[in-house]
Ligand binder design. Structure first.
Ligand code: ATP
Ligand code: AH0
Length: 428
């Protein structure tokens, strides 16, 4: 059991799990937050094979043969957490620490539906915006006796925010440079960008938003060309051997959403299979698979480049995380379209694939120590909010966990994340 004094001396050890929108697998990270710095202790990835990803993708679209939607959701939640359970053990083994040394777990789950703005109705009743992530924190607390923070996004959506992106506070904590204005770009299924003004220019507000497709269109193209055998374009090789249809790239990038001012978020609903089919239908009569992949890759690069219009101060360099950092053609097209230095986060010592799971470990710590995990300028919510729901293990008293943790946060969290939620303006 974690003693109060340990939070003071050793900082915090937190695990984070993320199953992203590309549905390629589940990532887990173990971090230590101590003396205002964040270090990665271990990272592990559990890949999903193509047919499994297809089953989940179809189920989320409401086509789960032989199962009701709620049955499918219940099974998916449990499946996510069974994988997390296994990954957690791997993280412990890799970092050579015991579960008793871990203070908390953050579990994001799979986003099954993301409609943050109001505008939907059920039987004529207007319904507020929603976002849903599937995970079962109870399986984790039951197995390990560690508090689990989950359901991060609904807090922000309830306060009028987009519920995404949420990782920017983490990007700010670990990637801000003393003198260089940076941007961090996550190339997951969806792409999102965070402006990171240098500490010298700390008067500049942090801006973050989804930019549109990350790998989602590219992956859909790879699946179509390979008849489901391949889930992505390895290293961007196919795209690198093709010629993009420039007129189609320009046309798709005129999408009004891409030109909308932030805050904004998007998802599979807008850049998934349906959008891919629409683009495919507009390819010229004769095209090679390589040309299709080059076109999808160029749409991705141009939509990211357009997003820079919203970012001040203009970043001098772009640091890339997420699996798309391995797509060398996409990285090269980004260098050309953005006219900037574009480097994978490995150059700063952080594995590109680990950034999001590290972020949810960090966000879980902010929540447990009563600090806001998002800000109005990031997602458009009314005020900074302590995110998520905590599932506590019944084997430990709250008094033995919370006060020490909250005060430990005062010591170890990087500035300004030490500021507690009650210091921020309330709702209204
Ligand atoms: N070697 C590689 N070459 C090209 N692309 C790759 C490679 N490895 C991974 N990818 C791409 O990265 C994707 C997975 O990235 P990542 O795990 O960051 O996405 P995610 O976390 O699921 O999505 P999101 O950030 O939207 O939630 C794969 O679907 C694939 O398109
Ligand atoms: C609703 C949802 O799950 N959004 C994801 C998705 O994947 C990338 C992008 O779209 C981002 O907005 C978000 O994830 C990251 C981790 C975030 O919240 O920062």
């Amino acid at each position: 059991m974690a003693g109060k004094s340990r939070y003071f001396t050793d900082g915090f050890v937190c695990a984070g799990f993320m199953c992203g929108s590309s549905l390629d697998g589940l990532d887990g990270a173990l971090i230590r937050v101590r003396k205002r710095s964040v270090s990665l202790l271990a990272f592990a990835h559990h890949p999903f094979d193509n047919s499994f990803s297809d089953t989940i993708r179809n189920g989320l679209a409401g086509n789960a043969p032989g199962k009701t939607i709620s049955g499918f959701w219940g099974m998916t939640e449990n499946l996510v957490s069974l994988v997390e359970l296994d990954l957690f053990k791997k993280l412990l083994a890799s970092a050579s620490i015991s579960e008793k040394e871990v203070d908390l777990i953050g579990s994001h789950g799979i986003t099954s539906s993301h409609h943050p703005s109001a505008g939907l109705s059920l039987s004529g009743i207007p319904i507020p915006g929603h976002t849903v992530q599937l995970t079962n924190p109870h399986l984790l607390t039951e197995a390990f006796g560690i508090p689990v923070v989950s359901d991060f996004r609904r807090t922000d959506v309830a306060s009028g925010g987009e519920g995404a992106p949420l990782a920017p506070i983490f990007h700010r904590a670990v990637l801000t440079h003393k003198t260089i204005n940076r941007a961090f770009l996550n190339l997951g299924g969806i792409a999102n960008i965070t402006s990171l003004p240098s500490r010298r220019g700390s008067g500049n507000p942090i801006i973050a938003f989804d930019t549109g497709p990350g790998n989602m269109l590219i992956d859909a193209g790879a699946r179509w060309i390979s008849k489901g055998k391949r889930g992505f374009d390895p290293n961007g090789e196919m795209a690198g051997n093709g010629q993009a249809v420039e007129s189609l790239v320009e046309k798709v990038c005129q999408d009004p959403w891409l030109h909308r001012a932030p805050p904004k978020s998007t998802g599979r609903e807008s850049w998934g299979e349906d959008r891919f089919r629409e683009i495919l239908g507009q390819m010229p009569l004769r095209f090679s698979p390589e040309d299709l992949m080059a076109t999808l890759t160029e749409i991705t690069a141009l939509s990211v480049a357009k997003s820079l219009d919203w970012i001040t101060p203009c970043p001098e360099e772009i640091i890339v995380g997420g699996g798309g950092a391995r797509n060398l053609t996409l990285m090269n097209r980004l260098r050309i379209r953005c006219n900037k230095e574009v480097s994978p986060s490995e150059t700063l010592g952080i594995p590109a694939q680990a950034v999001e799971s590290m972020a949810f470990a960090y966000l879980a710590l902010l929540s447990m120590t009563q600090r806001p995990g998002t800000l109005p300028e990031l997602t458009g919510g009314k005020a900074g909010r302590v995110l998520g729901t905590v599932t506590f293990p019944s084997s430990r008293s709250l008094a033995s966990i919370l006060p020490g943790m909250i005060r430990g946060g005062d010591i170890h969290l990087p500035f300004p994340d030490r500021a507690r939620a009650r210091m921020l303006p309330g709702p209204g």
